[in-house]
Design a protein around this ligand. Structure first.
Ligand code: XMP
Length: 517
């Protein structure tokens, strides 16, 4: 396994993704991970990430003892600067910043041998840095340079220490994957044993050891993470698992039916379907403020779930679909010195009040790995590759007060939109549903005038939203073809009585958010 020490770069998670794609297990920890913990983790090699700071700031130092562990180290950007600085080299401030594509001219070496383009001796890389190494420490040599950066790749072949000033983890660096594979597989000699069948086997053993003969309950939402967690735990302990599926009446078209069929019927999982839509709608009546709506939905969810859970006296464990990015985020959200990892919960406040132990079998996995696991466990691809859906559901897609009449209209309009997106296909076999990251309809409780046949109508408006994003922090609106938008609009207006106007949202995030509330 490989250890990645994070100095705060925006793309550190990508390093971990690339290492995992080489089928090598890795973990990401803060740069100041105590040396005793590092030794206990016993990595085959260490990767130092990039970061926004300067090596002359004393707050951003890893423990120099990592240099004496006798294992290979790869420093990326800030990581390379830290390595050079700590070993006696010099780093100088960036009057000349380099940002974007660059071509690195390389020499043959232990690290780069066979990777660069043989005719040109170049690597096409993505640079993003201000500071750079200006004097190499003893034992190092430069094996790659750009016109403005004499030390773009450095190596110390005796110690197996390497540094790259660019970012091999991003896809813009053409041979980045090969460089990371070279380091992880050839230089560190880490075993490529991180594969899905191995993972499933180990995870099942671990779940069985953890829970023994105890009962486990899990809040199933129909989303990818809780569904895959349910399938995995069920594979491990069968009927010791009970899922509680709280239907708040704010789900998508036929979603409750789909979840019950898939888990109850197809997989034979114990699922309790709690239809709490009446309670939720009652609590929401008259409320128009978005934040208060969210709070009401969250609190009601906890109450309904707790009520069901309290009926299962023997349950000792609460299972959750926490995934690795949640773990990293909750650790990183605290001050940089604090390591206590807060447990992530989608259904706020549950663990504390229920007095149950937490079972989180997906906490080592990235989202793509969770999806791969879901497919391997027999969940349908369509389900596992679904767009994200917010916990408060249609509650944040109906502007202002939520009423059953509105949820019914919105559900049908949204279903038509999604169906039409799925029914498209480009030359690569991808539909617009695949090509967008999230798409949905929003209900606007305003009426506008229309004409249908000989009559005047005065009905509601639906807005369509489709975005493309990699992290949901920023997003572009999707440039859907006009004929597709036209088809969706026609169908909604013809098939959903009560809606006579459809508009398309052309706002990016920022300044708009993805959801309307
Ligand atoms: P925004 O609207 O903030 O959304 O641009 C970013 C992503 O987060 C999802 N989202 C939520 N997910 N509970 C959730 O579980 C929520 O309250 C919530 N609000 C927004 C949203 O669907 C998008 O994917």
């Amino acid at each position: 396994k490989i250890l990645i020490l994070d100095f705060g770069s925006q793309v550190t998670q990508l390093i971990a993704r690339r290492v995992r794609e080489a089928h090598v297990y890795c973990e990401l920890h803060s740069f100041d991970m105590p040396i005793a913990d590092i030794k206990a983790f016993a990595p085959k090699g260490i990767i130092l990430s990039g970061g926004p700071n300067s090596v002359y700031e004393s707050d951003y130092q890893a423990n120099p003892e990592i240099l004496n562990l006798g294992i290979p180290i790869l420093g990326i950007c800030y990581g390379m600067q830290w390595l050079a600085h700590t070993m006696g080299g010099e780093v100088s401030g960036g009057d000349q910043r380099e940002f974007g594509y660059a071509q690195v001219h390389t020499e043959d070496s232990q690290f780069t041998n066979g990777i660069f383009d043989n005719q040109l001796n170049t690597l096409d890389v993505w640079m993003s840095h201000g500071d750079k190494v200006s004097k190499l420490p003893a034992g190092f040599k430069s094996i790659g340079h750009t016109p403005s950066c004499p030390y773009a790749i450095i190596e110390n072949p005796q110690k197996h220490f390497y540094g790259v000033q660019f970012h091999p983890e991003v896809t813009h660096t053409k041979q980045g994957r090969e460089l990371i594979n070279r380091f992880v597989l050839d230089i560190c000699q880490a075993k490529p044993s991180w594969t899905m069948p191995n993972y499933i086997e180990e995870a099942i053993t671990k779940i069985r050891q953890q829970v023994g003969t105890d009962e486990v309950i899990l809040g199933l939402s129909g989303g990818v993470d809780s569904s895959v967690a349910a399938a995995l735990i069920h594979r491990a302990i069968g009927d010791q698992l009970t899922c509680v599926f709280v239907d708040h009446g704010l789900l998508r078209y036929q979603e409750a039916q789909m979840v019950m069929d898939m888990f109850g019927k197809n997989l034979g999982v114990n699922v309790i379907h709690v239809d709490a839509s009446v309670d939720f709608l009652e609590k929401l009546a008259g409320e128009t403020d978005p934040e208060r709506k969210r709070k009401i939905i969250g609190a009601e969810f906890v109450e309904v779930f707790q009520h069901e859970a309290s009926k299962r006296q023997n349950a000792k464990w609460l299972a959750q679909g926490t995934i690795y990015p949640d773990v990293i985020e909750s650790a990183g959200a605290k001050t940089k010195k604090a390591h206590a990892i807060k447990s992530h919960h989608n259904v706020g406040g549950l663990p504390e009040t229920l007095n149950l132990q937490l079972l989180e079998p997906l906490r080592d996995l990235f989202k793509d790995e969770v999806r791969e696991l879901g497919v391997a466990l027999g969940l349908p691809r369509d389900m596992v590759y679904r767009h994200p859906f917010p916990g408060p559901g249609l509650g944040v897609r109906i502007l202002g007060e939520v009423k059953r009449e509105y949820t019914d209209l919105l559900r049908r309009a949204d279903h038509i939109f999604i169906e039409e997106l799925r029914n498209t296909c480009d030359e690569d076999g991808l539909s617009w549903y695949d090509k967008t990251s999230q798409a949905f309809a929003v209900f606007l409780p305003v009426k506008s005038v229309g004409v249908m046949g000989d009559g005047r109508t005065y009905e509601y408006v639906v807005a369509l939203r489709a975005v493309i994003t990699s992290d949901f922090m920023t997003a572009h609106w999707a440039h859907l073809p006009y004929d597709l938008l036209g088809r969706v609009s026609n169908r909604i207006i013809n098939e959903v009585r009560g809606i006579n106007r459809v508009v398309y949202d052309v706002s990016g995030k920022p300044p708009a958010t993805i959801e309307w509330e």
